[in-house]
Design a protein around this ligand. Structure first.
Ligand SMILES: Cc1cc2nc3c(=O)[nH]c(=O)nc-3n(C[C@H](O)[C@H](O)[C@H](O)COP(=O)(O)OP(=O)(O)OC[C@H]3O[C@@H](n4cnc5c(N)ncnc54)[C@H](O)[C@@H]3O)c2cc1C
Length: 452
């Protein structure tokens, strides 16, 4: 499948030799574009159904968002449109080790959203009510109980919202392990294989054209993460999507100050399997302004207004890069997906400084613990911060699964199951109608419920 990254770096940030990892089949029942957690999970569920599925990834499996995220697997705080899929996902995560025979570090240590004041704690009650409707174990806890879970924090929190059944997993392990399970079930997983575009016959999908040749197929899933809008745009399909950059770091192994995932407006922190912590700033996301920012400004206005305190606009190279990238290209020539094999943005130094400062202030016991690695990831967001999973009526056979908006890692396995059902007609009990693409064009109010 893919070459192994050297040890001691996040697998996804390794961009070194990328070449085709297998043999290009002539035809397939279904072709998936994108080897992130969504693509590989879908491939796994399809292969288990006996479908002849081929997955094409331009770089390495999990080389972009799916290998760079915080590793939180949570239902807490989610938009109600995602909850059934997320509950199914948690069930899949729970049994994953037994089912695929590989440990991806999943464990249920709980998810804590801390409150700095009684008023903030009270504001979580809305979501506790939602949780009750879905029989989720979310509850508000007071400061003394919080101290039992999060030892030695130097902050006097008023309490927290806690979902003990939420968990975490290791991003550098999860998608590659699921991809291997998909292969063992009969899927063909190709890395170093960019899809340039789609061929149609009578308006319907007839083949995908990759940099290594053509695969005949009548069904395609575009699970291309931050590239989906561009890919679909080249086919005349409008998928509103903007990119946001998140900087992340990991510490060396250190004493245990907490077991679960803790979110505070200064820090997002979770315990890692290797004994260190994955840490990020709790209230900084950067949006590099590009031509798409202007194009989709009105659709994203509600999300921007909700998140205006944490989204920082940056102006630089990204604008020119997008401006000069062609909107359409000939399929017999190198495409933009080959030009940039892996989106590998640099972590922002000022954000890293903020992470270090906040970590030391919140957990003085970790002040001497070195940060041993840092990286950044490009998150793709939809206007209402909820995924888009749909069949595209104007091109029969073409489907999209994108817009996971900064919280698709936890959702990945459940989404894979639901998407496989959408592609084959198998019943999964998960209703995808609220995630249809047309909600951004048919006058449905665009209302983000959760955070980016
Ligand atoms: C910093 C950060 C923190 C996050 N924290 C969390 C978290 O704690 N919990 C959580 O649930 N989620 C989190 N997320 C979000 C989560 O990582 C994503 O929502 C999820 O990984 C999306 O998966 P995906 O498969 O849709 O996309 P991706 O993982 O981005 O995969 C898409 C793949 O498609 C490939 N591709 C694109 N175009 C082509 C083409 N033309 N041909 C072939 N291949 C192509 C890309 O190379 C890429 O590998 C975070 C994200 C980031 C960046």
């Amino acid at each position: 499948m893919t070459e192994q990254a050297p040890q001691n770096i996040v697998a996804s940030t390794w961009t070194g030799p990328i070449s085709l990892s297998g043999e290009l089949p002539e035809k397939a029942d279904i072709v998936i574009i994108g080897g992130g957690i969504v693509g590989v999970s879908t491939a796994w569920f399809l292969a288990k159904q006996g479908v002849n599925v081929v997955l094409c990834e331009k770089g390495h499996i999990a080389c972009e968002q799916s290998g760079r995220n915080w590793g939180w697997v949570r239902v807490q705080g989610r938009d109600t449109r995602e909850i059934p899929m997320m509950l199914e996902s948690l069930r899949i995560w729970e049994g994953l080790k037994d089912e695929i025979g590989e440990d991806v570090g999943f464990t249920r240590g709980g998810c804590f959203f801390t409150a700095n004041s009684p008023k903030e704690l009270q504001s979580f009650e809305n979501w506790v009510d939602i949780a009750r409707d879905y029989e989720i174990d979310t509850r508000l806890i007071d400061a003394p109980e919080l101290k039992k879970h999060v030892h030695g924090a130097a902050i006097e929190w008023a309490g927290a919202m806690l979902t003990e059944s939420d968990g975490r997993a290791e991003p550098h392990k999860a998608a590659p392990a699921i991809a291997r399970a998909a292969e063992r079930s009969g899927a063909t997983v190709l890395s170093g294989c960019a899809v340039r575009g789609i061929e149609t016959s009578g308006g319907a999908v007839s083949a995908v054209v990759t940099e290594h040749g053509t695969i005949q197929t009548s069904i395609v899933l575009c699970a291309a993460g931050a590239w989906t809008s561009m890919f679909c745009g080249s086919m005349g399909i409008d998928v509103p999507q903007l990119r946001v950059r998140g900087t992340v770091a990991r510490t060396a192994s250190a004493e245990n100050v907490l077991n679960g995932n803790v979110f505070d407006d200064r820090l997002g922190i979770r315990r890692r399997e290797d004994g260190g912590y994955t840490v990020a700033h709790g209230s900084v996301l950067e949006h590099p302004v590009t031509p798409s920012s202007f194009r989709y400004f009105r659709k994203f206005l509600p999300a921007l207004m909700q998140e205006f305190k944490i989204v920082q606009l940056s102006f630089g190279r990204d604008f020119i890069d997008e401006w000069t990238t062609p909107k359409e290209w000939a399929l017999d020539m190198a495409s933009p997906f080959e030009k940039t094999r892996v989106l590998n943005p640099s972590p922002t130094p000022s954000v890293l400084k903020g992470i270090r400062r906040n970590l030391d202030a919140m957990f003085p016991q970790l002040a001497q613990t070195p940060i041993v690695e840092s990286w950044a990831g490009t998150i793709e967001s939809s206007p209402d911060v909820v995924p888009i999973i749909d069949s595209i009526g104007s091109v029969p056979g073409f489907h999209v699964a994108t817009g996971f908006s900064g919280h698709g890692f936890g959702l990945g396995p459940g989404a894979g199951k639901a998407i496989a059902g959408m592609l084959t007609g198998a019943s999964t009990g998960i209703d995808l109608s609220a995630l249809r693409l047309s909600r951004f064009f048919d006058g449905t109010p665009i209302k983000p419920q959760s955070s980016i």
